[in-house]
Design a protein around this ligand. Sequence first.
Ligand code: ATP
Ligand code: MG
Length: 561
Amino acid sequence: MKNKRVTSIALETLSKEKGLLIGLILSAVAVVITGLIPPMLLRQFIDNNLSKGTTVGLSMLTLLYVLVLFGIGLADFLKGVVLTTLGQKITYRMRSATMAKRLLMDHLYFTKTMEGDTVSRIINDTEAVDVLFTGGIVSMIIDLFKIIGIVLSIFIISSKLGLVTLGLVPVIMIITSQFQRGMLKAQRRSRALIGMISQRIAETLRNMLVIKANGHERSMMDRFKNTLKQHYFANESINGYDSLFPVVIQITKAGSIAILILSITSNTAWIGITIGSLAAVIELLSNLFDPIENVGSELQSIQQAIAAINRIDEYLAQKEEAPRNQNLDVKEILSIRPAVLEFKDVSFSYEDNQAVLKDIDLTIQGGQKVTFIGRTGVGKSTLLKLVLGLLPADHGSITLNGIDVSTIAHSAQRQLYGSVDQNFPLIKGTLKQQITLNDPAISDEMVISALSKVGLSKLCTQVSQGLDALIPQELSLSEGQKQLVAIARAIATDPPILILDEISSGLDSVSDARIKDTIAKVSQDKIVLSVTHRLSSISDDVTVVILQEGIVKNSGLAKDL
Ligand code: ATP
Ligand code: MG
């Protein structure tokens, strides 16, 4: 997939939502124009009716006034609805695009990046795009037009007062933006501290047993209280700004109106202005404050959103996996028997120039069981990930019946491989879902059979919900049981290749023997690649491959080594 950028995704959404876009433009124009009418009506009322003491046309004026106020509310409502809908559509597309990217990304990115970082980009940063395109840019354009409209209206009433207002705009802007800057700083600090508090809670919950076992309750509590206290002070400062801000705005407003009135009274040439015009100008001037305040905060939102957008763009530009062959016929690959898995001169490194595996040459045939052994960190799990096509070889190739494993589509993999990872993650869901991974082709009978092969048939009868018991709410599993469930997941589809990474590390000797027996029974003509540190449990007919410093040091049948 061509790397998309945030702006192109947002513009794509806007171009697909032409109706909403037109609605937005119309409602924005209506918001700007309707907002300018009431002061003009007020001017009419004072100059034509109040000053002259006549009621001619008053009912019409009143009706118009009510209608205009209704129009202002309606235009504002419509603008809000259209903006929110557009914003939601953009967020939806952004989240879909970032998640789709995650599925296409090179596996190496995730081995180097913290999970929380990716989550934050998909959840928080995508929301910032909504802020930029709707709340930020659109609202700012509307507010700028409101400011221009108000200043123009004052110019129309009196060009001299228009000039005074024009001089006041930057002063009001400076005062509000100074205040908003301080407020934003306090808000940022508060948000950062909230993040820290959630992190501390998650960390404490995760490590509760370690904390208690080592008597660290007090120091944990002190650390937590300290962060809470800092958050309290940050919020106090926000509250201070919150309560002072309206006061400052009122004072600036009063000062501006005073300057306007003084500029009229101090200059006799200006005295000709009508009372109605003066009232309209004062009303317009008061209306100037809201959009000026908004522009300040919108500019800040835009700045923050741009930082978030840069983070998403950086994420969207990450390297993707080489394209896989979606048309590969799995049945055809499987029809060649015995299956041949061939490593040709395979080298791999996580970091540049630090080879983990070097020049691996192996040929494994269907029915052959191969166990990789070697010191911790030698590269056993890495080698299995290369076979699964999760990591790309830097050099050389791994082929299954002549097909490069890195080209096999992920959707086809479960028909070929059953794998148990060294860290076997359970998924959110029921006992059945742990085995099927929501694949409808795996029936309840297949699930029960797989569970019984690993000695877990009792699990289904232990709880009333049986296979539908939610894990961990209704059925909790021990570490060893989780390992057995992972093995059941691997063997459920009866795949021709089993890849088992230290599957017996959490099992007692009885369960271990049972699993060995089960694997032997279900894998008569299969290729079984495994990793173990329990050398004593390796059967004589198993081929042992000894890895040392990234190369195959020795290999042969266990009984011959
Ligand atoms: P163990 O017996 O402990 O499971 P292993 O033989 O399975 O070890 P691997 O997990 O394959 O070892 O790791 C091989 C080497 O690659 C180690 O030195 C490890 O530090 C490094 N390594 C593993 N995963 C990554 C990663 N995501 N990024 C960078 N280096 C890694
Ligand atoms: Mg390992």
